[in-house]
Design a protein around this ligand. Structure first.
Ligand code: FEO
Ligand code: CA
Ligand code: CA
Length: 639
């Protein structure tokens, strides 16, 4: 098994490997041929016979009706790219701040001391840092926001420390509390003009889940020997969730938070012992990324506790309406650097979850539950039992889901597959992708979209497991700087079927700088260009929203693109229009709506990361990750 994983393979378009030695995008005949094919009438949006007449299916989500596939014209006036330290939205729209890192959740919370970044105690009672995925739940007329806090901006969280590194036990406590999930009720003022949203302090729903909150481990891997540690000989109880990137939600009103870059928190105290290969595949190294958690909590020392990393890297299900509930790590959905978890209810009631592993050359996954969703029934543990698959894309615009089973992978048990999921997908020859970020399912059709953010190693070197990353299929450009969005449609509109058709929805690029494949697909122009698509979400009107996490130099390859941004796309015509530009050095993360769809909430993560910003308060204030609320001035729908 081990040997098989290490051996580079060339199952994908091996003929394209020939071109690796040449300059990747120098007008090479072969790459141009691939681009032409991928962008050809059938392969690309615009002449999309395979998709444009896609069979109508029920949305599968209770309360949502199937809709026609008529184009959803984008009605707002496009926003120009810019490098301002503020948020820009179209004429006729306004924004204000809903909440920022460090805002108080309870009356007993302390206001944030911006210079020090607060203390462990203050952070445990306030909004976490670096807001990412989120979802606003409606419950008996109340609005409960579940919000990921992906990581910590060390220069602001430890603004009073040299080199922005935690130095004391309380610093580490603060760092752990800045991570995880914030759950809080929000409400809108009844004032006719402002209608401002804000946190409901002391709401019974308010809760912080951090890197120390007790978790239950469920599914096939629960109790496996590789999940057992000194502190938890049962292998079923762990502490905390961290690196919570994007999210998902279920029709049984729970929140799914996705553990992504979990590796950056582990340290090795014994440098004489090598890191086991199974941990190297997940990026566990000798040192953490500056958080210093191992200094006060030995479970982050992999020399002492080599199985602790096996207990993170999952999708965690949280009941936001029960503040006393224990979050559950759903191991059946696999262990990798989970971006988000896009859940659909298939026509037959089975639950299907699409998931991406955000690392160069890692894979796209699908989970299909054994049980069926029953509205009003006991759906609590549907995510504990089912089949995991990895995607293989063929050049003829067909694809297949490869089941990850002991038989197909050669691995001893389903539990092992759920722990060493990357190795399992390598073993079956899944397609190495250009960093799968968010996945979004069209609510009206069986189409699913995935942002492939970029991949500088495409066509150049293998992934961490030794799998080749040839140019081809949905990853058609070598040393891919700009990223693309691929979409697929399951055969017969059935999300559980093995086969699917696929297309590229957009190749991002810069047509003002390049004339080759780097100019992007035909639906990219000087007015809507962007790089590194990341967050994706469909709203209820059928618009696809695209959020970026890319280069913001506004120079060279990225000239004219400005700051990170959010665009809207018409899924039928392929038209893309820029809706929002964020402040300096931020990433746009997270998107959700009020129940009446008259407010859209958008995340502004790490303004000023590696650069100056004073967002959102201006002056000389410390930049703070924030959620903004966007409304139309005429009170109309925004999604
Ligand atoms: Fe946390 Fe892949 O973004
Ligand atoms: Ca992301
Ligand atoms: Ca990203």
């Amino acid at each position: 098994m081990k040997k098989k994983i290490q051996t580079p393979r060339s199952h994908q378009n091996s003929q394209h490997l020939k071109r690796q030695s040449s300059d990747p995008l120098d007008g090479d005949v072969e790459i141009n041929h691939i681009i032409e094919r991928v962008l050809s009438r059938r392969a690309f949006i615009g002449g999309s016979a395979a998709f444009g007449v896609a069979a109508m299916v029920g949305s599968g989500v209770p309360g949502l009706e199937a809709r026609s596939l008529a184009g959803n014209a984008l009605t707002f006036q496009a926003v120009a790219a810019n490098s301002a330290d503020s948020v820009t939205v179209p004429a006729g729209y306004s924004w204000d701040v809903l909440m920022s890192w460090g805002d108080e959740l309870w009356s007993k919370s302390q206001p944030l001391d911006e210079q020090s970044g607060g203390t462990g105690a203050s952070q445990e009672l306030s909004v976490g840092d670096n807001n990412d995925g989120m979802y606003l739940f409606s419950h008996q007329g109340r609005s409960i926001l579940a919000l990921n806090n992906e990581y910590a901006n060390r220069p602001t969280l430890f603004g009073n420390r040299d080199a922005s590194r935690p130095q004391t036990l309380d610093d580490v406590r603060k760092g752990m509390a800045a991570h995880g999930v914030t759950i809080c009720e929000i409400s809108q003022s009844q004032h006719k003009k402002s209608g401002k949203w804000s946190i409901v302090k002391d709401s019974p729903f308010n809760r912080r889940i951090t890197a120390t909150t007790p978790m239950q481990i469920t599914g096939p891997a629960a109790g496996h020997d590789l999940m057992k540690t000194k502190a938890d000989p049962s292998g079923t109880r762990s502490l905390g969730t961290w690196a919570n990137c994007a999210n998902g939600q279920t029709p049984w009103h729970t929140y799914l938070t996705c553990e992504e870059n979990f590796n950056g928190y582990f340290t090795r105290s014994d440098l004489t012992r090598d890191i086991p290969e199974v941990l190297q595949r997940y990026g566990i190294g000798a040192r953490d990324w500056g958080y210093n958690w191992a200094s006060s909590d030995e479970r982050f020392d992999v020399s002492e506790h080599p199985f602790e990393p096996n207990r993170v890297g999952y999708v965690v299900e949280i009941d936001p309406l029960d503040p006393k509930s224990t979050p559950k790590k759903r191991t059946a959905l696999g262990r990798f650097k989970h971006e988000n978890a896009e859940l659909v209810i298939n026509g037959d009631g089975r639950v299907v979850v699409y998931m991406g592993d955000d690392e160069r050359g890692e894979f796209l996954y699908r989970f299909v539950s054994d049980g069926k969703f029953i509205e009003g029934g006991d759906n609590r543990d549907l995510l504990d039992s089912g089949q995991l698959y990895a995607a293989k894309f063929h050049d003829d615009l067909r694809g297949e889901w490869l089941a990850l089973t002991p038989q197909t992978t050669g691995m001893a048990s389903q539990a092992l597959i759920c722990i060493h999921t990357r190795q399992a997908a390598s073993a079956v020859g899944a397609t190495t992708m250009d960093r799968p970020e968010s996945i979004a399912a069209n609510l009206a059709t069986a189409e699913v979209y995935c942002a492939l953010t970029n991949n500088k190693h495409r066509g150049k070197k293998p992934n961490r497991g030794g799998d080749d990353m040839p140019v081809g299929g949905p990853n058609p450009r070598a040393q891919n700087k700009y990223g693309q969005i691929v979409r697929w449609r399951s055969d017969e509109g059935d999300h559980t079927r093995p086969g699917f058709d696929w297309q590229l929805f957009v190749l991002a690029g810069n047509p003002t700088v390049h004339t080759d494949a780097r100019k992007g697909s035909p639906n990219i122009n000087a007015d809507n260009m962007f790089n590194s698509p990341d967050g994706l979400k469909f709203d209820q009107s059928g618009t696809l929203w695209i959020q970026t996490d890319g280069k913001t130099s506004n120079k060279g390859d990225f000239a004219g693109m400005g700051n990170n941004q959010m665009l809207a796309a018409d899924a039928v015509s392929g038209e893309i229009r820029r809706f929002l530009v964020g402040p300096k050095k931020c990433e746009i993360t997270g998107l959700t709506w009020s129940a009446d769809r008259r407010t859209m909430f958008v995340g502004i993560q790490h303004p000023g990361e590696r650069g100056k910003s004073h967002f959102p308060n201006g002056g000389n204030r410390v930049p703070r990750s924030s959620i903004i609320a966007i409304k139309r001035d005429d009170g109309g729908l925004v999604g």
